[in-house]
Design a protein around this ligand. Structure first.
Ligand code: SPM
Length: 292
């Protein structure tokens, strides 16, 4: 599927096949980078209000304005649901934002990071130093590889796996298919947890239902959370989590004051609140009916 993105009179508009008939637009001051890598078109804009913005194949991945909300929640919900995550894998997220958040946890011993497109890392290091600082952590081992192939080689290795993917088109398409989730489950240690970006409960219902059904069928515990991220279409994004043991819906341990003061979005109350869904979304996830 093609994305039809436009820059008109100084505005960048994301027009995605996942939500036809609407657009998300940002006023831009300048184009800082625009090149095709081996896998995708990578663009960086200076926006008028949202700071710098990273765009892959026409889809907005993050802005400096609110990236903290997405990265904190995708990372700290599963990190705090798990009682003692020591071995962590991140697939995707070449900007480094999830790595930055994992790095705040002293108990983590090793962080494997698998990204298919090294150019995203290079661009992030050049334009998003506050995210790319995640790569400086000495516990991070970098694998420039296809995440699907990488995960197939792993068995009971990780306490936590975080998938920070782009949309289910282009290089990330297979990260939304059942074989990948079977491999994720096999790569988890007993009591392990996986978390993946789960698109918008309002706008991407087919994808949300598919993700929920696949993960429900595979994991003893499964849950959907949602996060306010004004940069993303609809102003929010879902998170899909699966667990081999720990309750996902509440933190299993307390947060140190030192860490809490570093964070701008996550706290123990919002961990629990993120799983409270509107009635239509609960029904949609329970029944698989997108018109629920
Ligand atoms: N580390 C940031 C990477 C962002 N990954 C998630 C991006 C999702 C963007 N799509 C939202 C839906 C609009 N098509």
């Amino acid at each position: 599927m093609k994305n039809y993105n436009r820059i008109t009179k100084g505005w960048f508009s994301e027009i995605c096949h996942l939500w036809p008939g609407a657009a998300n637009s940002f006023e831009i001051e300048s184009v800082l980078y625009n090149k095709k890598s081996k896998f995708q078109q990578i663009e960086v804009y200076q926006t008028r209000h949202h700071g710098r913005m990273l765009v892959l194949d026409g889809i907005v991945q993050l802005t400096e304005f609110d990236e903290f909300a997405y990265h904190e929640m995708l990372t700290h919900i599963p990190m705090f649901a798990h009682p003692n995550p020591e071995s962590v894998l991140v697939i995707g997220g070449g900007d480094g934002g999830v790595l930055r958040e994992i790095g705040r946890h002293d108990g983590v011993k090793a962080i494997d990071f698998c990204e298919i497109d090294e150019s995203v890392m290079t661009v992030s290091k050049a334009f998003f130093p506050k995210l790319a600082c995640g790569f400086d952590d000495p516990r991070v081992n970098i694998f420039i590889r296809d995440g699907i192939e990488f995960i197939q080689e792993k068995s009971k290795e990780y306490d936590l796996i975080i998938v920070d993917s782009s949309d289910p088109i282009g290089p990330a398409a297979d990260l939304f298919e059942k074989p990948f989730y079977r491999s994720l489950k096999a790569a988890l240690r007993p009591g392990g947890i996986m978390a993946t970006q789960g698109e918008s409960l309002f706008l991407h219902k087919k994808t949300v239902i598919k993700l929920a059904q696949m993960t429900k069928a595979l994991f003893p515990l499964q849950a959907y959370a949602h996060v306010l991220v004004p940069t993303y279409p609809g102003g929010h994004i879902g998170l899909c989590l699966g667990s081999l043991g720990p309750d996902l819906r509440r933190p299993s341990r307390s947060i140190h004051l030192d860490l809490q003061t570093q964070l701008k979005y996550y706290n123990p109350e919002i961990h629990e609140a993120a799983f409270i869904l509107p009635r239509f979304a609960k029904q949609m996830l329970e029944t698989g009916d997108e018109n629920a």
